[in-house]
Ligand binder design. Structure first.
Ligand SMILES: NC(=O)c1ccc[n+]([C@@H]2O[C@H](COP(=O)([O-])OP(=O)(O)OC[C@H]3O[C@@H](n4cnc5c(N)ncnc54)[C@H](O)[C@@H]3O)[C@@H](O)[C@H]2O)c1
Ligand SMILES: [Zn+2]
Length: 366
C-alpha cells in the first residue's frame, strides 16, 4: 500500500492507495482511532457496486454504520441534499464522535465533506474516492462544498479528511467516458510537473484507461496525489504555485460552460490543454518538437467534438472566471514537459487565436 502524506500546518492526513484497498477500510478506520459510529454516504449508482464491501469491512471492525444514499449527479451537490443529510444524521442521533464516510466521486466527496465540516460544527471525515477524477483531484486538498442555483461551488469550506482511501480497482465499474475525464487530469500533472509521469502516459494511455495494469495505474494515481499534495501544502490558498493546477482550465472551464455542460469537465480540459500548449508554442515559450509531442498525446484523449460556439461567448465565460484577477488572466503556459509557469500577459486576441486553432483541430477529427 502506498501512503501519501498531505502535510498541512496542523491538519495533515494520509492518502492510502492500493488495488483492493477497500477491504482494509475497517482496519484503517480503527487505526485512526475513530469513534464507534459512522455514516456512509454514497449515490444510487455506486451503492449496488461497492457499498456492501465497504459496510462489511466496517462491520467486521465493529463500526456501527448508517448507510445514506442520494441520487447521482451534479445537480444533487446542493444545499437541499446537505439538508437531507443533516436530517438523517440528527434522526439517527449521531453525535460529535461520529465519522462521515464518503463513498463516491467528486460530487459525493464535496457534499459529504461539506456536511462533515458543518454538522455539529465539524465531525471526522473519510473519503473513499471511486472515480478517477476523485482519486487524482477532488480528494486532495480539502476543498468541500455545494453548488448554488446562481453558480457552481459557491458555498463551501476548507476541511481536511482524517484519511483518504483510493482503491483503483473500483474504477472497473466506472464508465469509459468518466475514466477518460480523469485521465485528462492525470496528463495535466505530468505536463505541469513531471516528465517521468508523462512518459508512461505517452506510450500506454489507452492501456491504462482500460485498466490493463492496475499496479502501474495505482503508482500513477499516487504520483498525481503527491504532486497535488506538494503544491497545496506549500500554498494552501490560491496563488501562483497553486495556479499551475489550472493548466488547460482557463479555456477549458469556458468551453465547458459554453457547451452548456455537453462537454464534461475532463473533456473540456483536454481541449483547454491543447489550446494552452499551442499558445505556449505560438508565444515562443515551447519549442515545436515538444509542442508536437505533447499534442500527439493529448489528441488521444477521447472527447466529443467542440461543435459550434462563438468566441465571444467563450471569452465572456473566461472573464467571469475567478482565475481572472484585476482584469488580468493568469494563464498557465509550458516551457517544456513538466515545466509550467503562470503568464499574466495573455490578451483577448491570444485567446481568439487559440480558439481558432482549436477549430482547426476539431475539423481534422471530422
Ligand atoms: N474538491 C475539489 O478539489 C474538486 C476537484 C475537482 C472536482 N471537484 C468536483 O467533483 C465533481 C466531479 O466529480 P466526478 O467527476 O467524480 O463526478 P461524479 O461524482 O458525478 O461521478 C461521476 C459519475 O460516476 C458514477 N460513479 C462514481 N464512481 C463509480 C464507480 N466506481 N463505478 C461506476 N460509477 C461510478 C457516479 O454515480 C456519477 O454518475 C464536481 O462537482 C466538481 O466540482 C472537486
Ligand atoms: Zn479540473
Amino acid at each position: 500500500m502506498e501512503i501519501i502524506d498531505v502535510r498541512l500546518a496542523q491538519r495533515s492526513y494520509p492518502i492510502y492507495v492500493e488495488p483492493g484497498g477497500l477491504d482494509h477500510l475497517g482496519a484503517l478506520y480503527r487505526r485512526h482511532g475513530l469513534g464507534p459510529r459512522a455514516a456512509l454516504i454514497t449515490d444510487e449508482l455506486v451503492r449496488p457496486l461497492w457499498a456492501d464491501q465497504a459496510l462489511q469491512s466496517l462491520e467486521s471492525s465493529g463500526v456501527e454504520t448508517l448507510l445514506i444514499t442520494l441520487p447521482p449527479g451534479e445537480e444533487h451537490k446542493s444545499l437541499v441534499s446537505a439538508d437531507h443529510l443533516y436530517e438523517k444524521l440528527i434522526e439517527a442521533g449521531l453525535d460529535r464522535k461520529a465519522t462521515i464516510i464518503a463513498l463516491g466521486g467528486g460530487v459525493i466527496g464535496d457534499l459529504a465533506g461539506f456536511v462533515a465540516a458543518t454538522y455539529l460544527r465539524g465531525v471526522a471525515y473519510i473519503q473513499i474516492a471511486t472515480t478517477l477524477i476523485a482519486q487524482v483531484d477532488s480528494s486532495v486538498g480539502g476543498k468541500t462544498g455545494v453548488n448554488h442555483r446562481l453558480g457552481k461551488n459557491l458555498v463551501g469550506a476548507f476541511y481536511q479528511p482524517r484519511l483518504v482511501l483510493i482503491d483503483p480497482g473500483l474504477l472497473r465499474t466506472l464508465p469509459m467516458r468518466e475514466r477518460w475525464c480523469g485521465m485528462s487530469e492525470v496528463l495535466k500533472y505530468g505536463l505541469i510537473r513531471d516528465l517521468e509521469l508523462f512518459e508512461p502516459l505517452e506510450s500506454e494511455l489507452t492501456d491504462l484507461v482500460e485498466l490493463r495494469d492496475l499496479e502501474k495505474l495505482s503508482r500513477i494515481i499516487a504520483r498525481c496525489c503527491q504532486i497535488k499534495a506538494a503544491i497545496i501544502s506549500q500554498d494552501e490558498r490560491e496563488s501562483d504555485l497553486r495556479r499551475l493546477l489550472n493548466f488547460g482550465h482557463t479555456i477549458g472551464h469556458a468551453l465547458e460552460a459554453a457547451s452548456r455542460y455537453a462537454l464534461k469537465h475532463g473533456e473540456a480540459v483536454a481541449w483547454g490543454m491543447l489550446a494552452a500548449t499551442w499558445l505556449s508554442f505560438a508565444k515562443g515559450s515551447l519549442d515545436e518538437g515538444e509542442w508536437a509531442r505533447i499534442t500527439h498525446t493529448l489528441e488521444k484523449i477521447h472527447r466529443p467534438a467542440l461543435g459550434a460556439y462563438d468566441d465571444q461567448t467563450v471569452l465572456k465565460y473566461i472573464h467571469r472566471d475567478k482565475k481572472v484577477q484585476d482584469g488580468r488572466i493568469h494563464f498557465v503556459f509550458l516551457h517544456g514537459i513538466g515545466e509550467a509557469f503562470v503568464c499574466p500577459e495573455v490578451d483577448d486576441q491570444d485567446l481568439r487565436d487559440a480558439l481558432g486553432y482549436l477549430r482547426t483541430r476539431d475539423a481534422t477529427r471530422a
